[in-house]
Design a protein around this ligand. Structure first.
Ligand code: HEC
Ligand code: HEC
Length: 195
């Protein structure tokens, strides 16, 4: 693991334990203004706190860039690609120098391979990569471990929903109560194909 990720992971886990998971479960249907990147932003930011923090904060484009760097220093597990989408979304929809445009379709979520979109939209890519360990195991390792196991897809779908700890080490995976059953199955099947 790269040192900055190890640091970020440790910080993230300390924070998760302290304040995140209860909040995630308590938030239910809380939403941001729909627009390109809104789902990704919701799912990544509510890992740690209420979306009210965002709705209340109207910042300039530069201030959002500063804020997002600050969130990464606080342990937000993400990727540069996701940060770019989120920065653009926040700078357009929560900008103090200009009114928000009318709500529109989240075209970001509608592009590309459905499993990849789910991984991005739900923040999985902050902790998992196809072929190297980040905070969690690589998808290739997971697929190899359960190769030939007919029950694996159902079990992984329920692991993705409930989170857990101990299958790969002491670091826990947070739960994902927001993901629908069909999407959970799609994710589990996709992971098992990554050999
Ligand atoms: C790793 C946990 C974590 C994640 C993920 C995270 N934040 Fe934060 N954020 C914090 C903490 C800790 C604070 C300060 C304590 C508080 O006010 O709850 C904070 C505060 C804020 C504030 C209030 C201003 C400030 O600096 O105190 C804003 C705005 C904010 N976050 C935006 C975001 C956005 C946008 C995202 C998603 C892109 C995000 N946060 C994701 C941990 C996180
Ligand atoms: C905050 C980091 C983090 C996020 C975000 C995250 N994971 Fe994980 N994931 C982990 C860790 C850590 C483990 C290992 C847990 C263990 O040892 O049981 C893991 C384990 C897994 C496993 C293997 C489970 C098993 O029983 O072997 C799968 C599959 C998985 N994650 C998929 C996902 C998917 C899909 C998402 C997005 C919906 C996701 N993860 C989001 C950290 C994360």
């Amino acid at each position: 693991m790269r040192p900055e990720l190890a640091g970020a992971a440790a910080q993230f886990i300390a924070l998760s334990a302290a304040l995140c998971w209860g909040t995630v479960l308590a938030q239910g249907e809380e939403k941001l203004i729909p627009g390109p990147g809104s789902t990704l932003t919701e799912n990544q930011c509510k890992l740690c706190h209420e979306l009210e923090h965002i709705r209340r904060a109207r910042l300039s484009r530069d201030e959002w860039a500063y804020n997002l760097r600050n969130m990464r220093e606080r342990g937000w597990p993400t990727t540069d690609a996701d940060v770019a989408v989120i920065h653009e979304y926040l700078s357009v929809y929560y900008n103090r120098d200009q009114p928000a445009p009318a709500p529109s379709a989240d075209t970001h979520a509608a592009q590309g391979d459905p499993a990849q979109q789910l991984l991005g939209a739900n923040g999985c890519t902050g902790c998992h990569a196809p072929d190297k360990r980040i905070v969690g195991p690589s998808f290739r390792e997971v697929a190899a471990k359960y190769a030939g196991d007919k029950e694996a897809a159902a079990r992984l779908a329920s692991r993705i929903r409930s989170g857990g700890q101990g299958a790969w080490g002491a670091v826990p995976m947070p739960p994902n109560p927001q993901i629908q059953d069909a999407d959970l199955r799609r994710l589990a099947t996709w992971v098992l194909e990554q050999r």
